[in-house]
Design a protein around this ligand. Sequence first.
Ligand code: GLN
Length: 447
Amino acid sequence: SDYLARIEGAQGALNAFITVDRELTLAMARKADASRAAGNAGLLTGVPIAHKDIFCAEGWKTTCGSKMLEHFVSPYDAGVVERCTAAGLVTLGRTNMDEFAMGSSNENSAYGAVRNPWDRDAVPGGSSGGSAAAVAARLAPAATATDTGGSIRQPAAFCGVTGLKPTYGVVSRYGMVAYASSLDQGGPIAQTAEDCALMLNVMAGHDVRDSTSLEMAKEDYSRDLNQPLKGLRIGMPREYFGAGLAADVAAAIESALAEYRKLGAEVVEISLPRTELAIPAYYVIAPAEASSNLSRFDGVRYGHRAAEYTDLNDMYEKSRAEGFGWEVKRRILTGAYVLSHGYYDAYYLKAQKVRRLLSEDFQAGFGQCDVIAAPAAPTVAWNLGEKGDDPIAMYLADIYTLGVNLAGLPGIAHPVGFGANGRPVGLQLIGNYFSEARLLNAAHQFQ
Ligand code: GLN
């Protein structure tokens, strides 16, 4: 209840949460106490956690940042929530996010923008801005989040905390409201890599209810935290450190890499030659999948239904017109267009081919290094409203994060210093498939 008081106190200033429900939280806390009293407590029993409002949780309103789901109370738990609850974690509330996870600044939430705890004129990043802001402001020791095109790593970087996007398929997507299913992946945001490892130990694991969930042996993601970094080869992709990267971010990353060298790592230059194609490929594939996934919000099965309509089509139209915000509509239209007859080959199929080439670039890169260092974003957090009516500018800021999702790779962002206006800078480390333990190890040694 200390955390609940802090959340209430900060809500006006930060707006990091969409729903807080004292009764539900205290009931979970009592259960945790009871299992402790019965001698059944695990490592994390009773530890509070905040869930991104994209994960269905039984009895909790699950809005996904949309007016469409304003009154939707989930009848079941997402795989991730189920695992957290089984580990004894206590849900503090539901964190704010861009509507249907579409955005890079949290300004697309139907429940208002979130402010960055380091500087309230700045955005917290997105789409998991509420989770990152909540952890940064110590309103929760850890939070769940999702990353379709950077939404764990970029807000973690903007808010000076640590966020891990696992290999695609490591964390169950069951009960996670779908944005772009072939890219979506859940993961933790916490203060440190060590806490992210503990969280991933809970979140990861096979789930038969998600057909892309991977069957793999249980891993202890904390196991390598204390390994020395001697001999670790860190690749610096030329294309990530050229024009377009702000000088303050470049400087903070340079000094972080100097620190890594002191820890025994070796920094080598590599090339990811097709990096610039990541933005067009992603902004074709993600909207295409979204247009299909979001067709279920039709005013019939769940979600908002218009109050007045003449016939079924009119009901669909009005419900969707009223329930979705502008960015979501833009993505649905783009997605329907690139999938439509006559344009499919030119856009969607082309984007899928580019996706394959980007994966090949990463594999070639990993021939020369163990992990790849990259900025999480080209600048520090920008001002609220700064890119509000310029979607292209917002998309361009995703350049360093999208490739990881298109290739299905794991990536971690951890704080390395401060840039302009004292706003945090995060370093992103990208690993090959299933190298989460190594990424956590590197970030932990740095921290
Ligand atoms: N900014 C990207 C988008 O708007 C990524 C969002 C995400 O990872 N959920 O699609």
